[in-house]
Design a protein around this ligand. Sequence first.
Ligand SMILES: NC(=O)c1ccc[n+]([C@@H]2O[C@H](COP(=O)([O-])OP(=O)(O)OC[C@H]3O[C@@H](n4cnc5c(N)ncnc54)[C@H](OP(=O)(O)O)[C@@H]3O)[C@@H](O)[C@H]2O)c1
Length: 223
Amino acid sequence: MKSAIVFGANGLVGKEILRKLEENPAYSKILVLSRRYVASDNPKIVSEVINFENIHKYWAMISADELYYCLGTTMNQAKSKAKFFHIEYNYCLNIAKIAKHNKIKKFFYISSKGANENSLFYYLKVKGQIEQELKALDFPTLAIFRPWILLGKREQFRFFESIFKFFFSIFNFLFIGPLTHIKGMPAKGLADYVLNTASVVMSGAKIHYNNEIHSYLNNKKKQ
Ligand SMILES: NC(=O)c1ccc[n+]([C@@H]2O[C@H](COP(=O)([O-])OP(=O)(O)OC[C@H]3O[C@@H](n4cnc5c(N)ncnc54)[C@H](OP(=O)(O)O)[C@@H]3O)[C@@H](O)[C@H]2O)c1
């Protein structure tokens, strides 16, 4: 039986990953660490509200077989580049360093299509920097997922995202072949792919691209 920790379990992707972990009998304990309590009547889920500004206080808790990192913010929410960097980069790297120290073997990070430390776009640059630092930590297994626009129902309204979502809700089926690189990514499908990755024996760091995720989902549909 495996244990897992989920960060960002209140979010679009995190919720789906938590759901998948919950229904998977291979997992006996799932710890959710978040700033808002995650209610569940499933006895294998333990939810703790924590203060991310003082993450070292929770050092001993961050111990499991696998860690799913789905926490992230937007420039709109963060309001400044400095705050965005702090939430995206510092939170993630502080947790990853503790995870590495506590010998967590598998680290799963939801990044973004286009992540690149040299990007001119700040969002993608920071995601790229995080990826590089995670690689440097040398986890036995590091899986980085780079989805394009995420599709799914959100609690709060995001104007620009809603325009993309509207577009993809009509035209997503047209994105085939090389266009699957920029095909909208259903959060449920991404979670399915992430959990499948966790079930496969893999060592070292690997980046999983948007088109690979779609290819897995298409093959699964055909089966
Ligand atoms: N949106 C897209 O189209 C898209 C595309 C590609 C990649 N991504 C990336 O994929 C990842 C997951 O995206 P998502 O859409 O699932 O994210 P989301 O729905 O916005 O959820 C983000 C999670 O992070 C938590 N969080 C945010 N700021 C926090 C803070 N200051 N302190 C503690 N927790 C905080 C949220 O907690 P609360 O619920 O308490 O706020 C929530 O659980 C993100 O890293 C995102 O950048 C997104």
